[in-house]
Design a binder for this molecule. Structure first.
Ligand code: ZN
Length: 238
């Protein structure tokens, strides 16, 4: 069920029957020279769209949260960084709104690493309110499986670029992009540190990305997400 295009009559029919919301959460941010600025919105939105086409009778597909928090890539052109405080409060109130409308279970489908610490705080507050949530950070949760198809993932790396190409071939390019390895894989915080870690705004082997890998990644991860959804529903007695 797609909330964006649904009318009130239809919405009232499903209220109380469907208990689970799929909420895509993204970011508008520099993704190398080669990927759409909306990459972190487009990918979760596509996951949720595909899930809706398979299990649409059990879930409400909510409109996405477009802007997020990116301390790391804030110095880059094209990044619109919302403070962690404002972003957390906004997402909390969106989820609270769904809860008040009868949706007890919320799947936060997150496409952006910089959002994770904020979403951890939000979901703890939601749990105390009575809302059950499952946050899916696809690029971390399924990383080992991703590497079987795209061995050098990263920010706008082989995995993300492939997924974007599978959504629309005009949303990314790979010619002359190459690869970049982050020089330190730890919590590294200095002023404008993102420019040191990601000189061109990306990591991983973006040049190896392809439409075919993207489609394989989507199909593989949709199955993994569905398994996790079943586990979640079992735990919360849907
Ligand atoms: Zn991204």
């Amino acid at each position: 069920m797609d909330m964006m295009t649904m009318n009130l009559t239809k919405f009232q029919e499903i209220q109380g029957k469907i208990k689970t919301v799929l909420l895509p959460i993204g970011m508008i941010e520099a993704h190398g020279p080669h990927c759409a600025l909306g990459t972190d919105v487009l990918i979760p939105r596509e996951f949720v769209r595909r899930l809706e086409s398979e299990i649409g009778d059990q879930v409400l597909m909510a409109p996405e949260v477009t802007y997020g928090h990116s301390w790391g890539l804030a110095p880059f052109s094209g990044t619109i960084d919302i403070s962690s405080e404002a972003f957390s409060q906004y997402v909390f109130e969106i989820c609270k709104g769904f809860y008040q409308q009868g949706f007890e279970h919320i799947i936060l489908f997150n496409g952006h690493g910089g959002n994770i610490s904020s979403l951890d705080i939000v979901t703890e507050k939601l749990a105390d309110l009575g809302v059950s949530t499952l946050t899916i950070n696809w690029f971390i949760d399924y990383r080992e499986d991703i590497k079987q198809i795209a061995p050098e993932p990263g920010h706008a790396g082989e995995d993300e670029t492939s997924l974007i190409l599978a959504i629309n071939q005009n949303y990314a390019f790979t010619d002359g992009v190459g690869s970049h390895e982050i020089p330190i894989q730890k919590r590294f915080r200095v002023k404008d540190g993102g420019k040191i870690l990601y000189p061109e705004g990306f990591s991983g082997n973006a040049g190896a990305a392809s439409v075919e890998k993207g489609e394989q990644l989507f199909q593989m991860m949709i199955q993994l997400v569905r398994k996790d959804l079943d586990k979640f529903w079992n735990l919360v007695n849907k």
